[in-house]
Design a protein around this ligand. Structure first.
Ligand code: PHE
Length: 465
């Protein structure tokens, strides 16, 4: 154990942190909508198959690489094979890109939590019945307000990460994740008991196999696969970092099954919380920020006196989901930088390192906030708004590419008994050995490659498929 970093206090602490990383904005607004337009139950089925055939193996691979080296992402790859160090650097870059827009969106959630709280008492900072579309536009086009909320979000992330693995991340997620779950159940109960709620369930779950016809299959595969990588926090060193804090006595294979299952359950629950309410209020579900900040706010406003309360609970839970993901991204950076100091025989000051990385993130978050979803007048790279551009680079390209190379590396580059040794270190048997090796060698690389091509195709509208 690296005394500069520490370890999880318990396996449940690790699980709360890892599930906290996985459960984020991707589950709460990405999944329900993508599932609805991607063929409902047909999408869910494809998602589950991908999670089983690709996600599980990659999660297990990352946890093993982390625990066997006991290092953060750069040093972990370097220890395994110097030629593959570039994978570590690539994974190290992604958190900067993701945190830039994630912090802004987390800031939006904070703003809406506070505003709905204000509405409960008719306070001046409440929304108090303002037209939701107009309210949102006024907010996101205001660079000062969005920057301030983004910065508060970054600051809160820093405070938790500064507390360390056990005293900060584990302590926070062990309270936050159960709280999130309870809040989600409260919102679901309200949502599915609204008159007309079934239509939302139909939108989400009704199987539409036609989406698979012709080139549709690759498109849905790319959407489901991209969602899976993002949602499971794969391909960017988070599970390597979190795995490096696990003692040898814990079972990695079982953990690699539990995290995806919990993540998927929460994604489906998010759909149950969101879609029935949207349809019951006679609204159309939209994608992205509009769904969360306009449509849902509209739903709460049409709920009458109880609306602000449910709004407050929902935005608070989305905020918690976002911050438990953002601390995991930040920890990737901090952990890698502590290793760097260790290598140079320098003592590390976790607080200083966290603040240093946080300053860069803060600058990027302000930049994306000023872009104001493309309304801020900044030059647009390749015609993308900055949020989408950073998302494309990270989620669209670097995460799957990293996962693809890692999978081939584990499958073909490392000796088979390397993984076995790590997975059986706790005295257990590696139950899925045959299947997992096939997944690393063939299934995952093919799956990830299709996802990668599909995403590039969709983003740039290349018409390949
Ligand atoms: N998994 C998180 C979500 O679903 C996002 C995330 C992606 C977090 C990558 C960390 C790394 O929103």
């Amino acid at each position: 154990m690296n005394k500069n970093k520490g370890q999880w206090g318990s396996n449940i602490g690790f699980l709360m942190a890892a599930i906290g990383s996985a459960v984020g904005l991707g589950n709460l607004w990405g999944f329900p909508y993508k599932m609805g337009i991607g063929g409902g139950f047909a999408f869910l089925l494809l998602y589950l198959i991908l999670a089983l055939l690709v996600g599980f193996a990659i999660m297990m691979g990352e946890l093993s690489i982390g625990r066997s080296s006991g290092k953060g992402v750069i040093a972990a790859y370097h220890t395994l094979n110097k030629k593959f160090s570039f994978l570590g650097y690539m994974a190290f870059l992604s958190p900067f890109l993701i945190l830039s827009f994630y912090s802004m969106l987390g800031g939006y959630c904070l703003k809406y939590t506070v505003a709905n709280f204000g509405s409960m008492f008719g306070a001046g900072f409440g929304i108090n019945g303002a037209e939701p579309g107009e309210y949102f536009t006024n907010f996101f086009m205001d660079p000062v307000a969005t920057s301030i909320f983004s910065l508060i979000f970054v600051a809160l992330t820093l405070i938790i990460v500064m507390g360390g693995v056990r005293g900060g991340i584990e302590k926070f997620t062990k309270i936050a994740m159960p709280a999130l779950f309870v809040m989600l159940v409260i919102v679901i109960i309200r949502s599915v008991t609204l008159p007309g709620a079934t239509e939302g369930l139909v939108f989400m779950f009704k199987p539409n196999w036609e989406v698979f016809q012709g080139s549709g299959f690759i498109s849905v595969l790319a959407s489901a696969g991209g969602q899976m990588f993002f949602s499971l926090s794969l391909g960017m060193g988070i599970m390597i970092t979190y795995g490096s804090y696990l003692p040898k006595t814990e079972n990695l294979e079982r953990n690699a099954i539990i995290v995806p299952i919990a993540d998927t359950v929460v994604a489906i629950m998010a759909g149950l919380a969101v879609m029935p309410a949207v349809f019951a209020m006679g609204m159309e579900p939209g994608a992205g920020p509009g769904l969360l900040f306009i449509t849902l706010q509209g739903v709460f406003e049409s709920m009458g006196a109880a609306g602000p309360f449910f709004g407050f609970v929902l935005y608070l839970l989305v905020f918690i989901a976002a911050i438990t993901s953002s601390i995991s991204l930040m920890e990737v950076l901090v952990s890698a930088l502590i290793d760097h100091n260790d290598k140079k025989n320098r003592k590390s000051n976790r607080k200083a390192i966290t603040i240093g990385s946080g300053a860069i993130i803060a600058a990027l978050a302000v930049f994306v906030s000023i872009d104001g979803l493309g309304t801020g007048g900044l030059p647009q790279p390749f015609g993308f708004i900055w949020l989408d551009f950073f998302d494309l680079l990270s989620e669209g390209i670097m995460m799957p590419l990293g996962a693809l190379i890692m999978s081939l590396f584990i499958g073909w580059g490392l000796k088979a008994d390397w993984l076995e040794e790590e997975l059986t270190a706790d005295g257990s048997v590696w139950k899925t050995k045959k299947f997992s090796m096939l997944a690393f060698k063939v299934i995952a690389p093919i799956g990830v490659l299709l996802v990668l091509l599909g995403q590039i195709n969709n983003f740039f509208q290349l018409g390949w498929f």
